[in-house]
Design a protein around this ligand. Sequence first.
Ligand SMILES: Cc1cc2nc3c(=O)[nH]c(=O)nc-3n(C[C@H](O)[C@H](O)[C@H](O)COP(=O)(O)OP(=O)(O)OC[C@H]3O[C@@H](n4cnc5c(N)ncnc54)[C@H](O)[C@@H]3O)c2cc1C
Length: 472
Amino acid sequence: MPRILPRRDGPEDARNRLAPRAKAALHESVNESASRTAVIVGAGVSGLAAAVVLRRRGWRVTVLDSSARVGGAARAFRRDGFLCEEGPNTLLVSRPETRAFLEETGMLAKACEAAPDAQNRFVVFGGRLVAVPASPAAFFRSPLLSLGAKLRLCGEPFRPRGRDPDETLAGFVRRRLGPEPLRELVGPFVSGVFAGDPERLLVRHAFPRLWRLEQEHGSLIRGALKKGGGAGPKGKLVSWPGGLQELPEALARETGDVRLGAEVSALRREGGRLVVRVFDDELGADRVILATDVDTAARLLAPHLGDALRPFREILWAPIAVVHLGFRREDVAHPLNGFGVLISRARGLRTLGALFSSTLFPGRAPEGKVLLTCFMGGALDPEATLLDDDALVGQTLRDLDPLLGLKAAPAFRHTARWPRAIPQYESRHGEVAGACAAAEAALPGLRLLGNFRGGISMNDCLGNAVAAAREM
Ligand SMILES: Cc1cc2nc3c(=O)[nH]c(=O)nc-3n(C[C@H](O)[C@H](O)[C@H](O)COP(=O)(O)OP(=O)(O)OC[C@H]3O[C@@H](n4cnc5c(N)ncnc54)[C@H](O)[C@@H]3O)c2cc1C
């Protein structure tokens, strides 16, 4: 029988009211004699995917999360007929492990695939929305790059391989493709994925697929042709009718034993087992998976590793503000026939981009209305996330009005802020893997998962969690 202890109140209330029920539950597990037990700290997609794989393999699994709900960053709500994603909006299912896992759990069958229009992706150029070219022919017709830049691209297959493993994405793109593609295409794309600074993100860690194309094939164009597609990952772009949080909710139901309002404050090894502390209780298991944010992992591991955790503490985060705007369909001149628009920093606008959410998936806006999900902040403009709600909405409207033709004030608005939204894979990110290995060696039975290691996307978090749990 699933034993989720859902709480409708905030984490602080949940913490205060956890005691009698959850304490009893903790002791039950401590006294259990099953040979293979695992405690998973963190009920985001990483922790819950690992929990489901272990459970299916016969492990006795308990998931603990400090918050009052499952899903971590994946959180959505419905108001006035609008379905608003406050965190991630789309899951690109491109890794084989992720796809197999979603198939096995039946969640791929329940997913809604993005509308065909989502293949159109826009950037801003010349004061209007221009589609990112999807084929070589469209590329050569596109106004996004000058003739000189297009001709320079033809020389890409003949440029030598890079040798610097710590090359930034900007350096990599300038070297292989030139400065214009960086400004008009790659820069906006980096805002959309990492909310990051291409001059600081390391290509090998942040965009390993690009890095491998050059290393394995000597050229992005040659590599992409050999792989039969573009340089980007291919896969199904999905969500669920109730938003992405339907996935962690379903995984939590299958896991059964998920305890909310349970903040883990310490971790130690004792008598061949790992023991976690939750308030004034302890819970022991053969294995512990830490699937929290990297700051929490660093705090819990500090007594055991000290300075070896420096790479964890050096990870910088990009903050993000999310602005949902709902309009009557007739109040937006643009047909919104695409995934959305990404905006180059060179355009001088503060909005990083806007998803056409009601185009992407059905049921995101009431009949006759449309929903835009807009982003501000990121590594290059963190102060934007400090604006108050009116200023955030006002700035977004000023930026988007000339591009989308807004004819009236939004009928619906909602804002959300993530002070620590996306960990940035910047200089010395390569040392994070070593710090994870050191932690796992110092505390046998420990495994670290999360978006600070091996990819920030839900696709990577799920794929890494599934692979790790299968190895255990
Ligand atoms: C605004 C935003 C937009 C994004 N957009 C996309 C997108 O469109 N597509 C995409 O693929 N990815 C996107 N991402 C990234 C993606 O959502 C995350 O990287 C991913 O969901 C992280 O999952 P996780 O399980 O590793 O961590 P989290 O979801 O952060 O879960 C960690 C969990 O650990 C819990 N926890 C922390 N400390 C403790 C403790 N001491 N004790 C117990 N529990 C604890 C937390 O409460 C939390 O539930 C976005 C992220 C943000 C913030």
